[in-house]
Design a binder for this molecule. Structure first.
Ligand SMILES: NC(=O)c1ccc[n+]([C@@H]2O[C@H](COP(=O)([O-])OP(=O)(O)OC[C@H]3O[C@@H](n4cnc5c(N)ncnc54)[C@H](OP(=O)(O)O)[C@@H]3O)[C@@H](O)[C@H]2O)c1
Length: 319
């Protein structure tokens, strides 16, 4: 088992009197900057001179300035712009700006695993990757909770990289749940695989195909939606609280028997092989190269019209 750190194991002292620059005031940047400030850390926000991030950060009371200027004053810089911008940020805005002994932080292992930009030998390179959206990170922090995070140290030129990474994770609220020892590569591989095969690929496709099949067989979209989409949350909540076996204890005998005898017909050996091929594409860097080459796919075009319409209608009706 990888080590898990919690609030009581971690000191904020490595960040005391230090300047943390949040480069990028978007989904993660805003949440992390606000949580850090509420934890008593001195935060500067870096961004594009003409960008919305700088203006939004200034409106929320941060000193906000062009990234290169901010980074020259930093002890720690967290690069919280989209992954595909990191190489250019490092080559341009951060080039020559990071002083000796500073730490450069990432919220995701993607760039250091697949792009491997050249970085000065004299800096620390760390990762604190909260497992969830920035909005949730902020909301939970305000409510006294947090999100778990994977933490990694890629380069420790000062001998203090681990303590700085842990202090950062504590300051954004992740150690209230748990900061899990990991690595950039493990985070990058498992994050992409989870998204593709399970969370954002497998589950939505299962829902959509289940819905489509029932509607094409003559059942109402309302019934199909309730059975294949709406009830999913209750089942996931049960799995989250009590595990898969625990979930089976809380459902009807028919649901339990049907699920246990039919589930492995849907996710069978052929599906396992396809999942394995997806993992191979991730580990070899093939997926990352494809992502960096290609543009985003339009989500609306990828989801069946029937499902979107039923979703909209039922979501409004069942509120
Ligand atoms: N989204 C999440 O909840 C989440 C969860 C875990 C980890 N992460 C990781 O967190 C990091 C940030 O992701 P995010 O989703 O928070 O990003 P995001 O919201 O899309 O980032 C927006 C910020 O990036 C800046 N930006 C966009 N394109 C830029 C460019 N070409 N050059 C310079 N700045 C640019 C924007 O600047 P302007 O204001 O100037 O437009 C804005 O401040 C990524 O490494 C991601 O993998 C994200």
């Amino acid at each position: 088992m990888n080590r898990i750190w919690r609030d009581e194991d971690i000191s904020l002292e490595p960040l005391e009197g230090k300047v943390v620059v949040i480069a990028g005031y978007g989904i993660q940047g805003r949440a992390q900057a606000l949580n850090l400030r509420d934890s008593g850390v001195k935060v500067l926000v870096g961004g594009r001179a003409e960008g919305q991030g700088i203006a939004a950060a200034a409106a929320e009371g941060f000193e906000a300035l062009p990234t290169a200027e901010a980074a020259r004053r930093a002890d720690v810089v967290f690069l919280l712009t989209p992954d595909e911008t990191h190489a250019e940020m490092i080559a341009c805005a951060l080039d020559g700006a990071l002083r000796e002994g500073a730490a450069l932080g990432f919220a995701c292992g993607f760039s250091m695993t697949f792009v491997r930009p050249h970085l000065p030998e004299t800096i620390d390179v760390i990762m604190v990757s909260p497992k969830g959206p920035g909005k949730t990170l902020r909301e939970r922090f305000l409510a006294g909770g947090g999100l778990p995070a994977l933490m990694g140290v890629e380069r420790d030129s000062t001998g203090t990289a681990l303590k700085v990474a842990l202090a950062y994770a504590k300051a954004i609220g992740c150690a209230r749940l748990g900061v899990i020892e990991s690595s950039f590569a493990e985070e990058a591989h498992t994050d992409l695989f989870g998204e593709q095969a399970v969370l954002c690929g497998g589950i939505p496709r299962l829902m959509e195909e289940g819905f489509r099949l029932l509607v094409e067989a003559g059942y109402s979209p309302e019934s199909a939606y309730l059975e294949c989409v709406w009830e999913a949350k209750a089942i996931v909540d049960l799995i989250f609280e009590e595990g898969i076996a625990g979930m089976y204890r809380h459902i009807s005998p028919a649901a339990r028997y049907g699920g246990l005898t039919r589930g492995s017909r849907v996710i069978d050996e052929a599906a396992r092989e396809k999942m394995s091929a997806i993992l191979d594409e991730i580990r070899s860097g093939e997926f990352a190269a494809e992502l960096l080459r290609g543009g985003p796919v339009d989500p609306q075009a990828a989801v069946s019209r029937n499902l979107s319409d039923a979703w909209q209608r039922l979501r409004d009706a069942l509120r």
